[in-house]
Design a binder for this molecule. Structure first.
Ligand code: SAM
Length: 107
């Protein structure tokens, strides 16, 4: 299901209407930041917490630094073998969703 709204505040309103409480916001960025949350840590959190979590992705220039400061968590960046790690948002969404929620059970 996809619902389009105008801004992050409206996203929060929609989640609050569905879940009865505010979400925790989880930012993403290609840049290294101090105190970034490890994927493994967020994966465990999502598996054990009842709180709604809202993943936030940027567009061309990424999320503004002031916005990232206000979010509850900022994930560590997806990194490869070289220094260049600026992915298209669709590639970042796919990789991050797999890291956070992908099935890790062997058949
Ligand atoms: N220069 C921007 C930055 O530093 O985030 C890249 C913007 S990228 C075109 C659009 C969005 O994709 C970013 O805001 C972020 O949500 C996601 N993204 C791109 N590369 C990423 C990476 N290596 N790790 C995590 N998220 C990434």
């Amino acid at each position: 299901m996809v619902r389009l709204v105008d801004n992050l505040e409206a996203v929060g309103d929609a989640i609050r209407a569905d879940e009865g409480r505010d979400p925790l916001y989880v930012g993403t960025t290609a840049r290294q930041r101090p105190n970034a949350t490890r994927f493994s840590e967020m994966r465990e959190r999502l598996e054990t917490s009842d709180d709604p979590h809202c993943l936030v992705f940027g567009t061309g220039w990424g999320l503004a630094g002031e916005l990232l400061e206000q979010l509850d968590f900022v994930l560590e960046p997806v990194a490869g073998p070289s220094d260049y790690n600026h992915l298209s948002v669709r590639a970042a969404v796919a990789i991050i969703l797999d890291r956070l929620r992908g099935n890790r059970k062997t058949p």
